[in-house]
Design a protein around this ligand. Structure first.
Ligand SMILES: *[C@@H]1O[C@H](CO)[C@@H](O)[C@H](O)[C@H]1NC(C)=O
Ligand SMILES: *[C@@H]1O[C@H](CO)[C@@H](O)[C@H](O)[C@H]1NC(C)=O
Ligand SMILES: *[C@@H]1O[C@H](CO)[C@@H](O)[C@H](O)[C@H]1NC(C)=O
Length: 444
């Protein structure tokens, strides 16, 4: 089978192909070997914002290791506001001594001792978004100090960029400086590029980064329209104000055409998960399930952000649905494609072992009664449409009151389907997702 990049190569004119191959030979992020599946972890930002310190981070790391690591969440990412007020005499950016009395390395060592990996944050600007010191034009020094402290991951933001954007080349050059600096440290450091989708990073970042944000920041709302997130599409060339306060529904719609741009080593980042986050409007259970299912199927990074002490069983159950996580982490799965848009959506992912995931998503405000023919799921393959399948309803066995502490305890019952999916009635904002595995391979 062709990988997405090989099949792309088959379709491109030779001159363009030569350019792409030339770019690929300069690859760093894509060639650090990381991100073969989307990254999973937890970030300080949604839980604590700028109010972080070593104690909060170590306590959160213990909870992450205990509650979430068994399900695959491995990165403990320190977001903004760790920095000292000034660079030191050698130009090195150290941690705020009040917040990190023993420095960053001591914290990273404890994170590693818990079996986790450690992430750090900066901006490709003179200042970060929280108005701390940024890394623009200090890439080599900062990358080296993070490598020395043992970091495994960098989220690299886009505030105070000094106007060095506006064309893919400007943005590429600014972000590539950090890719090169990270590579030069010799330490494999996951590179999470966060330029909010400016200049279409899905077209320029795959050779340098392991993931790239596609839009302005997510907010903790399912569908609230907000003028601070003004774009209607991120691919039409008219999105000059990426903004922030983008809802779950809006980002899902932004991401729909971009699946073809992601592949092992470089992923579309739909931004962090709002499940269990207390700041903001909040999500209902159906909305959390929809959010988590779509992010998983689109192979977005799964970076969560609750205060663990406040996390409800219900939200923990959503974040630890091993069957949905398995779609996201399947080494052979492809980012979902959307087969039906509008308020009642149908999404399909190709999985390993000739299997598929199919989601029905009701963004509407009334119930959706639906019995979907498989000819619509497999509209371009009549054999698949006619084949017989075992269908597993991936949320049917979830115990929202007492979610399991470890994977392997939830056992789904499959049902035979042929010709159509089971008839379901979806509540407003609800999602149902099935995994389809072939019953007879000779039918395919
Ligand atoms: C640096 O880049 C080279 C070639 O692009 C790659 O082979 C190597 O693994 C990279 N090293 C790190 C530490 O990312
Ligand atoms: C360092 O931390 C202290 C204590 O939280 C805080 O008051 C101060 O503003 C921080 N400095 C910077 C530059 O963030
Ligand atoms: C595919 O099938 C093989 C053999 O049964 C199994 O070991 C593997 O885990 C399956 N892969 C996925 C991603 O489910």
């Amino acid at each position: 089978m062709l990988t997405p990049r090989q099949s792309l190569a088959n379709m491109l004119p030779l001159s363009l192909l030569a350019t792409i191959l030339a770019l690929a030979s300069l690859a760093h992020g894509g060639s650090n070997g990381l991100g073969q599946t989307p990254q999973m972890g937890w970030s300080t930002w949604n839980a604590y914002g700028c109010e972080i310190d070593a104690d909060i981070i170590i306590e959160s790391a213990k909870q992450l290791a205990d509650q979430m690591k068994p399900f695959g969440y491995e990165y403990l990412n320190i977001d903004d506001c760790w920095q000292a007020a000034e660079r030191n005499a050698q130009g090195v950016l150290e941690a705020n001594k009040t917040r990190f009395p023993d420095g960053l390395k001591a914290v990273v060592d404890q994170i590693h001792d818990l079996g986790l990996k450690a992430g750090i944050y900066s901006s490709a600007g003179t200042m970060t978004c929280g108005r701390k010191i940024g890394s623009l034009d200090h890439e080599e020094t900062d990358a080296q100090s993070w490598a020395d402290a043992g970091f495994d991951y960098l989220k690299y933001d886009n505030c105070f960029a000094q106007g060095r954007s506006g064309t893919p080349q400007f943005s590429y050059d600014r972000y590539n400086k950090m890719a090169t600096a990270l590579n030069n440290t010799g330490r494999p450091i996951f590179y999470s590029l966060c330029n909010w989708g400016e200049d279409g990073p899905w077209n320029f970042a795959s050779t340098i980064a392991n993931s790239w944000r596609i839009s302005g920041d997510i907010t903790n709302s399912f569908n609230r329209e907000d003028d601070r997130c003004p774009c209607t599409s991120v691919v039409e060339g008219d999105c000059n104000t990426q903004g922030y306060h983008c809802s779950v529904e809006k980002i899902a719609n932004f991401a729909a055409p971009l699946g073809q741009k992601a592949a092992p080593g470089g992923w579309n980042d739909l931004d962090s998960l709002e499940v269990g986050v207390s700041v903001g409007e909040g999500l209902t259970l159906d909305e959390s399930v929809t959010h988590f299912t779509l992010w998983s199927m689109m192979k977005s990074p799964l970076i969560q952000g609750p205060v663990f002490a406040d996390l409800s069983s219900q939200d923990r159950a959503v974040l630890t649905n091993e069957h949905v996580i398995a779609i996201n982490q399947d080494p052979g799965s492809t980012p979902a494609i959307r087969l039906q848009s509008g308020k009642q959506q149908v999404w399909q992912s190709t999985l390993s072992n000739d299997s598929y995931a199919v989601a029905l998503v009701n963004f509407g405000e009334s119930k959706w009664d639906v019995e979907l023919p498989l000819s619509e799921v497999f509209f371009d393959d009549r054999k698949l449409a006619k084949a017989s399948w075992t269908a597993y309803d991936l949320w049917s066995d979830t115990d929202f009151q007492n979610p399991p502490r470890k994977p392997g305890q939830s056992k789904l019952q499959g049902m035979s389907v042929q010709g159509k999916l089971p008839r379901v009635e979806l509540n407003p904002h609800q999602t149902r997702v099935w995994k389809l595995t072939p019953k007879k391979h000779d039918e395919l």
